[in-house]
Design a protein. Structure first.
Lengths: 328, 372, 185
């Protein structure tokens, strides 16, 4: 019975957290974009535009979901749902605080990567199912991008697993207790290239979530809107929400693996979920910042980056870590 | 078809880009035959904004044709009206007072800077960086306000008249322009630092679609496209007109011929235009701004006349055939974008689609000017 | 640029070409050499109601906008383009003019030299209005492709040998040529 209540409360909590995030991350992005571009961003609807996401949500829900005649209907309808499901599911494994995790998994990390790979399928389904050449090109681009960047991400995660010896996300965070310099990003005694592997992981999560400068899937100026060209109303809304959910997951994972999860840096405030959120939102803000600063890379630039630079580098890092662990 | 195309005649599909598309700067359509991400043949299809200005010219008197000229290339409209003014003045032998020539040069150069700022913002936006366009438009607003205070329009100017300009510039304009020169001189290095030096931008522009000088010559490409391929040709220096001989300025020429070269040519041209404006303001003579004895009804002697100017996109020239009456018999508008785009099909065969679109942005197209 | 012919040679070659056509056209051998002002000759010929004869005239750039005004026969268009190509000229534009009263179309090819000193040449030719055909120069200058296509679109002048003589700026299903003087909308 207790277990049931606990699960239900987590369910409600995560639903609320997710809902709030998906709506208001859009607000953060638009306000951030506005100020970077020397303008205001949304300011009409509610004070500082805070009710803008509500207005957007209402708008999207009231729009007609047009299914093109040439579309493959089952694929077309399933794709947005399939984009959303893994992102939501993954919140089950994220530890927000010490013991604050809906379900304890000893292979939480593995589950994360498994479900993240499923998200790629939804892009391909959307691309093909739209019956539109632009969407198809964008879908194939996004798939090759996602596959290419999953590899360095996994290799870097393996490095962390080698150091901590466990796939359990809560254990990985507990391993990093003891202050700022024991966070994995700074553990130079475990591998001299730790900060570099943090960067690799961060870049790969940017590419996995199809965020600029890696947003070839939605390359606006080239392919109108990429794989979600044909979607209107809530179909498009689901894709956008899935993107933000993936963003939160990516940043949470980075925080857990490298930045010490819920640990406080210098003992300023006690450990707890507030530190987790602070670090996670800082990383989210960096994502937003980078989106509005850089132009988009080309597909082959992207693939070059992954196959020719990130993968060899992360492999070297892996070997180096193994060496350090064995020797020291 | 090129040899690349001949080897790829299987599994190609046809993609239609435009006419409504965020990347084509106006209504331009491409029929692209693609092999995966590679372009086999990209054929531009024009005519979506064709308004037949040349036929309109035959129905209107020489004076009534003024507004048409600025609707051609609305981004760089001053230079177009300059060409028309020069053409008819050449045909009728009208002398323009010096102050009017200087004012014409100042406004044309301000217009050129504004056009290049727009091009820059749109280029980076096409490549995915959505921020610089807002910075560019910020500067552009200053220019548009300045020009509005003098000419009355923000975009499609009807400021010149045969024999001069219709309104004199005032001190507010001069102080505003001087302040703007200072402002832009600080901003352009900032743009270079933030945008031009960006590794992603360099990767997207450098080495993309090099055009040889010979190819430009065969297709009649002019302007920054030609100067980015190493040919030092600018109508302002090679065929000086108006008050340009009085000013000391350089013509930026880059030899690589790729998109980065064209980019740098236009960025440097902005700085050179600032130099011209500064010198013009310093040396601005007093005097009338309109010639006195310009007949109300113009009847140029029969024959044909030709006049060329350097618009923001290249050589814009007009050929007028007059039969001695007060309406033109034939006016031919030679738009630089038309010739610049004609090399698109040959240049992009075998290129990747994203590269081709970046190349198109570096050509600086304005479709209404092309379609006339 | 060094391999291009200089302007004097170009001028002489064009003059030779034009005078060839002159002899063949059987018109009055009133060969205008250099020094005759263009408008004087034009005015004279317009008074007499005859089009100008083949030949080369050096014009005043400040008064007219170009340096050379060459009149040739329609068959010589490609050779003139080749001469100018060897001179390093670029084709700026092709203008069609409809002379309804004389029942002729006139085509003016504007060439400009972009490398080195500016030099503009206007090469003009006249063809019969009832059977408007002329050879294409798009083999010599690929840029002429679009100019000729547009001229066909507006006037109905057929450029023989053109790879793609289709509607360009006007809609595809158009069946008229608007810039003709007898065009009724």
């Amino acid at each position: 019975m207790d277990e049931l209540i606990r699960l239900l409360s987590y369910f409600v909590g995560i639903a609320a957290f997710l809902g709030f995030n998906l709506a208001y991350l859009g607000w953060v992005e638009r306000k951030g974009a506005g100020h970077i571009q020397r303008r205001n961003g949304p300011k009409e609807v509610g004070p500082y535009g805070l009710l803008q996401p509500l207005a957007d949500g209402l708008k999207l829900m009231s729009k007609q979901l047009v299914v093109p005649a040439a579309a493959d209907k089952p694929l077309f309808m399933c794709a947005p749902v399939l984009a959303m499901v893994p992102a939501v599911l993954l919140f089950v494994v994220i530890p927000f605080g010490d013991g604050l995790v809906p379900r304890q998994f000893n292979s939480g990390l593995l589950m994360m990567f498994a479900f993240a790979s499923v998200a790629v399928l939804s892009i391909l389904m959307a691309g093909w199912g739209s019956g539109n050449k632009y969407s198809l090109i964008a879908g194939t681009r996004a798939v090759s991008q996602n596959i290419a960047f999953e590899i360095p991400m996994l290799i870097t995660a393996i490095t962390i697993v080698m150091i901590t010896g466990t796939l359990d996300l809560s254990e990985i965070v507990r391993y990093q207790d003891g202050g700022f310099w024991r966070w994995n990003i700074f553990r130079l005694d475990k591998s001299i290239l730790m900060p570099a592997s943090f960067l690799i992981f961060y870049i790969c999560s940017m590419a996995e979530t199809n965020r600029a400068p890696f947003d070839l899937g939605e390359a606006e100026s080239e392919l109108v809107a990429g794989y979600h060209t044909e979607y209107g109303g809530m179909g498009f809304g689901l894709f956008m929400m899935a993107e933000y959910a993936n963003l939160v997951i990516g940043c949470s994972l980075t925080t857990i693996l490298f930045l010490g999860g819920w640990q406080s840096p210098f003992g300023i405030l006690p450990d707890g979920p507030h530190w987790f959120f602070l670090k996670m939102y800082f990383l989210v803000w960096c994502f937003v910042w980078m989106r509005w600063t850089f132009p988009r890379v080309t597909l082959w630039g992207l693939l070059n980056l992954s196959w020719k630079y990130l993968i060899p580098f992360s492999l070297v890092n892996l070997l180096l870590t193994a060496l350090f662990i064995k020797v020291f | 078809m090129s040899s690349f195309a001949q080897n790829q005649l299987y599994e190609t599909f046809e993609l239609n880009i435009g006419p409504q598309h965020p990347a084509t700067h106006g209504v331009l359509r491409f029929k692209v035959v693609m092999d995966g991400e590679y372009i086999v043949k990209a054929e531009p299809v024009l005519g979506y904004i064709h308004r037949m200005h040349e036929k309109m010219a035959e129905d209107r008197t020489w004076n009534k044709f003024w507004p048409n000229m600025s609707r051609l290339d609305y981004v760089s409209a001053m230079a177009y009206t300059h060409c028309y003014a020069g053409l008819v003045e050449r045909a009728n032998g009208i002398e323009v007072p010096e102050r009017a020539e200087y004012i014409r040069v100042i406004t044309v150069e301000l217009n050129r800077i504004q056009s290049h700022l727009l091009w820059w913002g749109v280029l980076v936006m096409d490549l995915g960086g959505f921020t610089p366009i807002l910075y560019a438009f910020d500067d552009r607003e200053v220019i548009l306000d300045l020009l509005e205070s003098v000419t009355g329009s923000r975009l499609t100017y009807c400021y010149f008249r045969f024999g001069g300009v219709y309104n004199d510039i005032d001190d507010d304009f001069i102080t505003g322009t001087r302040a703007f020169i200072k402002q832009l001189r600080e901003r352009i290095p900032m743009y270079h630092k933030l945008v031009t030096g960006n590794a992603i931008l360099i990767e997207r522009l450098e080495g993309i679609c090099p055009l040889s000088a010979e190819m430009c010559r065969k297709y009649g490409a002019t302007g920054p496209v030609l100067r980015g391929s190493g040919v030092n040709f600018d109508v302002r220096k090679n065929e000086p007109y108006s008050a340009y001989p009085e000013f000391d300025f350089d013509i930026p020429v880059y030899h690589e011929g790729d998109s980065m070269a064209r980019y740098m040519v236009r960025m440097d041209e902005m700085l050179q235009s600032l130099r011209i404006i500064e010198q013009a303001l310093d040396k601005l003579p007093e005097g009338p701004v309109k010639a006195d004895k310009v007949p109300k009804v113009l009847k140029p002697p029969a024959g044909d006349y030709y006049y060329a100017v350097e618009a923001a996109r290249g050589t814009f020239s007009m050929r007028a055939v007059s039969d001695g009456s007060n309406t033109p018999y034939r006016i031919k508008l030679r738009s630089p974008t038309y010739s610049n785009l004609s090399l698109f099909e040959e240049a992009t065969s075998g290129m990747l689609l994203a590269d081709a679109l970046a190349f198109m942005s570096s050509l600086d197209l304005v479709i209404p000017e092309m379609d006339r | 640029m060094d391999t291009f012919m200089d302007h004097e040679t170009i001028k002489n070659e064009l003059e030779k070409l034009a005078n060839e056509g002159l002899a063949g056209a059987g018109q009055a051998a009133d060969a205008p050499g250099s020094g005759v002002q263009a408008d004087e000759s034009d005015a004279k010929s317009k008074q007499e109601g005859q089009p100008r004869q083949n030949g080369l005239i050096e014009t005043d750039h400040a008064a007219r906008g170009f340096h050379l005004d060459v009149r040739i026969s329609p068959e010589q268009v490609v050779r003139a383009a080749e001469i100018l190509d060897r001179g390093g000229f670029t084709l700026e534009t092709i203008t069609g003019v409809d002379w309804l009263k004389e029942n002729q179309f006139e085509l003016v090819y504007d060439y400009a030299c972009t490398g080195g000193k500016l030099f503009r040449a206007a090469v003009r030719t006249r063809i019969d209005r009832d059977k408007p055909e002329i050879a294409t120069i798009s083999e010599v200058f690929p840029g002429a492709n679009w100019h000729e296509r547009e001229t066909w679109d507006f006037f109905g002048i057929i450029f023989t040998g053109h790879p793609q003589l289709e509607r360009f700026l006007l809609p595809d299903d158009c069946d008229f040529h608007p810039l003709r003087k007898d065009f009724q909308p």
